[in-house]
Design a protein around this ligand. Structure first.
Ligand code: SF4
Length: 363
């Protein structure tokens, strides 16, 4: 039995591929740029939305190409203003993206994989296991949709993008870099790479590769424990990528790019929140010109044995780091009531927090 060949995804064509196509089908050359603009600047979700193209050409495109887009199946809003979106992908898999308002900042936190293979002990996503890598257009869709919510709710565009949602971005290297290229390139998203931070649990080999590829975005190391002995207990990846190998890779990254590097550190009660832990953290901080240590309030997840460090211990930890001249910030928990906070993304729905947003049209 013959199977019809699947139509190519139009968003996997480059501008020059589109130019070749328009020439082949007898359309004027400028049509390729029009289509490209609809795909990557105006974030069209269907060929019909490409309203300045002749109807016959739109029909031809629909006959020749597929145009899968991530569907926003559910939007939930936390009491603190954080918005979490559940995106349904073309094959039925789901991922989450979060919009975090904080003063004038509007940060989109996006996912790079459905699930995650790294199994960090404190993280709800880790308990899902890896389902699959996302394609670059699926990552782009999360950014574009969160940007539209930002415009609707706050009247301005996203100010920052962080790859801190579901998945380990460096284990989906090619697609994440392609997504960032689309998000930042002037003829597509036009977003500054200096306002993008990729957070990694620490894959040394890929950090060297980022440096060699001369990327322009910032890096955050999810450290979460200041010694190998402790880190091995909560982040299995540390057994093959220990702290010393990560610091060497980060030094190389900094030497070649001069891009900002920060440390992320979730404070877990009775595990990594003592003064001895703070001292060990200061030693790591002094090894490289880290921009900041972001201490993160933990949000317990059902599958994990950890609890949030108490307020007094947290204050003492911060005070010690400050006395040691560490540039430290406490990232308060955001969106915990809808499981949108750090480490909580696991496609859990809170029906009482569903947000009714106006229908979003392509801008
Ligand atoms: S913390 Fe990040 S790397 Fe670790 S399991 Fe969760 S999503 Fe994966």
């Amino acid at each position: 039995m013959k199977h019809a060949l699947a139509k190519p995804n139009i968003r996997h064509l480059s501008l020059s591929d589109l130019q070749e196509y328009t020439t082949r089908v007898g359309e004027p050359a400028y049509r390729a740029k029009q289509v490209y603009g609809w795909l990557w600047q105006k974030h069209a979700r269907s060929f019909e939305q490409m309203s300045d193209l002749p109807k016959a050409f739109r029909q031809q495109l629909a006959g020749d190409f597929s145009f899968p887009v991530a569907q926003t199946e559910l939007v939930q809003q936390s009491q603190d203003g954080t918005v979490k979106c559940l995106f349904r992908l073309n094959d039925g898999k789901a991922v989450e993206g979060v919009l975090i308002p904080a003063g004038k900042r509007l940060t989109a936190c996006v996912s790079s994989q459905a699930g995650c293979s790294l199994g960090c002990a404190f993280c709800a996503t880790g308990y899902l296991g890896l389902q699959r890598n996302l394609m670059y257009d699926e990552i782009f869709d999360q950014v574009a949709y969160l940007n539209e919510i930002a415009l609707q709710q706050a009247g301005h565009r996203l100010t920052n993008i962080v790859f801190m949602g579901m998945g380990e971005p460096l284990l989906n290297y090619k697609q994440v870099l392609l997504a960032i290229e689309k998000i930042t390139s002037p003829d597509a998203g036009g977003f500054s790479p200096r306002r993008i931070t990729l957070s990694t649990a620490g894959i040394s080999k890929m950090i060297y590769r980022l440096a060699d590829d001369q990327v322009k975005f910032n890096l955050a190391l999810s450290l979460h424990a200041p010694t190998d002995e402790k880190r091995n207990q909560i982040m299995p990846i540390n057994q093959s990528n220990d702290i010393s190998s990560l610091l060497k890779a980060l030094a190389y990254f900094y030497q070649l790019t001069r891009n900002e590097i920060s440390i992320e550190y979730i404070l877990l009660k009775g595990f990594n929140d003592s003064l001895a832990d703070a001292r060990a953290l200061v030693k790591i901080y002094r090894r490289l010109p880290f921009k900041v240590v972001n201490l993160i309030e933990y949000n317990p997840v059902a599958s994990s044995p950890f609890q949030r460090a108490d307020a007094h211990t947290t204050d003492q930890f911060i005070a010690y780091l400050q006395r040691q001249q560490v540039n430290v910030r406490l990232r308060r928990s955001r969106g915990a009531d809808i499981d949108a906070a750090c480490g909580q993304l696991a496609n859990i729905v809170h029906t009482d927090a569903r947000l009714k947003l106006p229908q979003v049209d392509a801008c």
